[in-house]
Design a protein around this ligand. Sequence first.
Ligand code: AG3
Length: 307
Amino acid sequence: MSPVQCTGNVRVPRLQREKLMASDQLTPDKWYTEIYPDDGAAFSLSIKDRIHEEQTEYQYLEIFETEKFGRLMTLDGLVMLTDRDNFIYHEMMTHPALFTHPDPKRVAVIGGGDCGCVKEVLKHPVESVIQIELDERVTRVSEEYFPGLCTGNSDPRASFEFTDGIKWMEQAGDGEYDIIIIDSTDPVGPALGLFSTEFYRTCHRALSDQGVLIAQSESPLFHQHIILDVNRNMKAAGFAHRAVLQFAQCVYPSGWWTATLASKAVAPTEFRETAAQDKDFDTSYYNAAIHRGAMAQPEFLRKQLAE
Ligand code: AG3
């Protein structure tokens, strides 16, 4: 297999697909390792026990109790989140977008079945947040094993649909949402379409005039080509502005991760910085200075994005 598969208009890294179960990757002394074959690297967690496993309609879902990271969720053998560090990802996938829009009221989360994004969105005075996740089992299992991420689920402003996010957005009304958050898995299988120009175009139409979209966009070190494709595709879809936000996420490939924000009108540098400084809710990672700092580009990425 070539190192990079070309599928549609996003180049996909050859991610490890041979091993579908994380438990197959457990050594006798109980280290679970996610291997990144394309980059000759890996990340390991010391495991106490596997506490749940099932083949859902879409993927192999496992939950582990780790020694030091709390609970771990894997899908098809790949790390999705741990108790210990998911706050970084979920805060960066939500607050920068919500503080970029001048007055966000209606929010959609595509994917994000663990409900971590919904929980963060509800800290803002939004009217509604709808999560559209393909695999209902991810949400049900999260309610049981990650109750801390699901504290917003009974909020009357939150609603949940278990269906294809691409089809959902195709049927959405023009300007129906102020914010769209794409909390997907890696761009392989069903998630691939979530990185395409066509999907971003659908989202652009479903966003209001000052609408803001944010999508998880993989590692700056291992997946630069994905970040570049995402940016190119968002531009082609009509978004006036894009910004790559970077943050540390030690459980994901390379330990360094990005979310790409795309905006119809407001320049990302013009986010509501004072409101972010004066926010009346708690975060553990996000603050106004982190928000601004996350937009600083390492030289290799700045040059490539400028090309
Ligand atoms: N979504 C991004 C997961 C990507 C991880 N990739 C990997 N381990 N190869 C996580 C969902 C959190 N709500």
